[in-house]
Design a protein around this ligand. Sequence first.
Ligand code: NAD
Length: 401
Amino acid sequence: MGAMRVGFIGTGKKPEKPGPLGYGMAHQHAAAYKSLGGQVEIVAVADISRENAEAFCGMFGVDPAKVYTDYPKMLKNEKLDLVSICTWPRLHAPMAIACAKAGVKGVYCEKPMADDFGSARKMHETCARLGTRLGFNHQRRYGRPFRQARKLIDEGAIGKLQQVQFTCGDIYDYGTHSIDLSNYLAGEQRAKWVLAQIDYTQAKVIFGMHCENQAVVIWEYENGVMGFGATGPGRPLVNAHNRAVGSEGIVEVGPFEQGEHPTQLRIRRFGQGGWEYLDCGGEHCHGPGYIERAIGDFVACLRDGRPCELESGAAMRATEIIFGAYESSRRRARIELPPKLTDNPLVAMVEAGDLKPAGWTPAPKPKAAKKQARAAKKAKKPAKKKPAKQKAAKKKAGRRK
Ligand SMILES: NC(=O)c1ccc[n+]([C@@H]2O[C@H](COP(=O)([O-])OP(=O)(O)OC[C@H]3O[C@@H](n4cnc5c(N)ncnc54)[C@H](O)[C@@H]3O)[C@@H](O)[C@H]2O)c1
């Protein structure tokens, strides 16, 4: 079998300082494909910014003649086996669906799945129906601290698993990783219900998406294990990136509470003293090398026709908890999963004016926007020369006399 033909939608720009206005994740995907040697070849890229795309081609040895500013054209012309989608969340679903309709065999998409629950479900279902394997970059699962934590749980080192917990900044943008990791530690279980409350008083927009300031979330898996998450200022409630609580002990993956810690994985066995720190070869919650492993596994699974743990079935289990939590806050009720939703309840609450985060200026409604455009056009027209008109009228009046 020859090299898989890989294309990119969204190349980004290698960031001087990565942040929520641009991480250039495509560069990390490309480095991961490059590490696979001749198994794959990056043959084309699409970005609305030609400048970003050409710089990307220069860095990764892609023919600059294969730059497209219109991704459907690339899908039509290039017969791609695999496409990496590295745009912001609002674009993930339409782009993944377009790839599936163009006959692409695999799509490796950045997280979070989509901007609302209906789009996440649609991309998952359409790709499954058309036979396109859809994976998401929940790469942290490939890190040694998480892998070893799961092994300890499976081996019974903390007895019978009772709870998984997480803490992070928000449940949507970073939380998609944290909830995916909770599901992973709980043995890839599906949650039955979720109950949550959020606070959104200060505007916080990441990759174009509203994210809550603080949340508390609880849920229950089908096997009875409970989940708990605290975001924003409530983080000290968990004080670890992820935690698993069993009948005979606790396993935690860092970062933990403030202070120096020898490694990012520790276990406490009840009745046997304090924390025992376990070696993870210097790996922490962000890496290094996790995206290489994740993409390497996705490519190997595609090639061998094996299921991959990063596929959209797993991502949907995290996405159900995320949007279910926002829905719980909207309805002030426990939400049975999967939620009966198509929208993003947090965005809907902001748009309806039920939440008014300080510092957020709502986009004008379509009618108001049209009115504003007309007013702006009018303002641009040269002002009528009143004095000249007045002069002519005077002259006329004079002649009549
Ligand atoms: N997995 C992780 O740990 C991780 C970390 C950071 C960001 N992310 C995710 O990665 C995604 C991308 O973020 P980023 O920071 O890399 O973005 P970025 O802003 O660096 O790059 C996005 C690129 O998409 C291009 N683009 C926009 N509209 C397009 C269109 N219609 N067609 C083609 N290209 C288009 C832009 O021009 C830009 O070059 C986000 O969903 C973000 O949540 C994931």
